[in-house]
Ligand binder design. Structure first.
Ligand code: IPM
Ligand code: MG
Length: 376
């Protein structure tokens, strides 16, 4: 018996989710064995898989069954893979959509803070579409607000509203609201400043203050909190400029803190610095159980083929060890094992290039095995 036990709520979800989750669990088991900890994983339903299961049981289709939320709340940490797929693409009002499961669990667990570290691996420089010299010294952390803004404002659709449509009074009218309280901004900005103070001491607060009222308030809050952190060099940047700077001069960034939607967009963009969206892990923290997941989606086009890159899922486990269990030594071991896997030339197909020997292109499970092999 291990001397410690942690309960992990595992949510494989859809598409490549179950395949990469198997690798996350494999790595957790190996880490547990090395550090005398039992990670007791229990699968729950989320996303399209949950919609299908609730439909099959004759229940109201839902992407986040109550049992899943309860299990997540009761667990020590949640490990999620991905949700969504063409099977559930339905724009009809009121239809259940896999993504609702993700948003609902973020809200249900109070996960207002989403961390997306963007780390360069020398071995993968060739996989990035950017010139290698631009990638020198890139190591940034995107801090994304996760339970407010456009994602959680009012979403409305109406028929026949006066003045709607092009030049007419009849037609559909849709409206999404971007809503923030000062408090919601304050807690993420403060966390980001604290992170910057522990890192390289630079923070960039990204907004659209030249247009949006929420952004003007965001900027005021950022300035006020910045006064508490005299050692952090802070700047503001409009989101359009930030998007350009991320590819023009990514090395300038240390911590980026931003609103939910901006963070969603910028983090996909930033992932390409590393060569593949398949490398980017994320941690969502807040008032309840923390949740760890890859930043990428369910990749339905390659689901079931055993070729998906499991590294973002495995690096999500690394973040879990750090943030939920303070197992820094184990986290460092895991980070080093991933690094060694790449340094020794092992690749999944998304990060392989012309110079990768065919026998070094691995499937999902074999890539997970390599990481485990290099743990000790
Ligand atoms: C992400 C994803 C989600 C988001 C989708 C799947 C709802 O893109 O985690 O970045 O937009 O937050
Ligand atoms: Mg996204």
């Amino acid at each position: 018996m291990a001397s410690k036990m942690y309960a992990i709520c595992t949510l494989p979800g859809d598409g490549i989710g179950p395949e990469i989750m198997a690798e996350g669990k494999k790595v957790l088991a190996a880490i547990g064995a090395r550090h005398d900890v039992e990670f007791r994983c229990q699968d729950q339903l989320i996303g399209g898989a949950a919609i299908d299961a609730t439909t099959a049981r004759g229940q109201k289709p839902t992407a986040l069954p109550e049992a899943t939320l309860q299990a997540a709340q009761a667990a020590d940490a949640v490990l999620l893979s991905a949700v969504g797929g063409p099977k559930w693409t339905n724009t009809e009002a009121g239809a259940a959509r896999p993504e609702q499961g993700l948003l609902a669990i973020r809200k249900g667990l109070g996960l207002y803070l989403n961390l997306r570290p963007v780390r360069m691996y020398d071995a993968l420089r060739a996989a990035s579409p950017l010139k290698p010299e631009l990638l020198e010294g890139v190591d940034l952390l995107i801090v994304r607000e996760l339970t407010g803004g456009l994602y959680f404002g009012k979403h409305e659709r109406e028929w026949g509203v006066e003045g709607a449509g092009v030049g007419g009074t009849r037609g559909e009218h849709a409206c999404d609201t971007m809503d923030y309280s000062e408090y919601e901004v304050e807690r993420v900005v403060r966390w980001a400043f604290e992170a910057a103070a522990r890192r390289r001491g630079r923070l960039c607060s990204v907004d659209k203050a030249n247009v949006l009222e929420t952004s003007r308030m965001w900027r005021e809050v950022a300035h006020r909190i910045g006064e508490e952190f005299p050692t952090v060099e802070a700047c503001d940047m409009y989101v359009d400029n930030a998007s350009m700077q991320l590819v023009a001069n990514p090395g300038q960034f240390d911590v980026i803190v931003t609103e939910n939607t901006f963070g969603d967009i910028l983090s996909d963009e930033a992932s390409m610095l590393t060569g593949s969206l398949g490398m980017l892990a994320s941690a969502s923290l807040g008032s309840g159980t923390a949740l760890y997941e890859p930043s990428h989606g369910s990749a339905p086009d390659i689901a079931g083929k055993g070729i998906a890159n499991p590294l973002a899922q495995i690096l999500s486990v690394e973040l879990m060890l750090r943030y939920s269990f303070q197992m820094d030594e184990a986290a460092n071991e895991l980070a080093a094992a991933v690094q060694r896997t790449l340094d020794e030339g092992w690749r999944t197909v998304d990060i392989a290039d012309d110079s990768t020997p065919a026998d070094h292109v691995l499937g999902t499970a074999a890539m997970g095995d390599k990481v485990v092999e290099f743990l000790g």
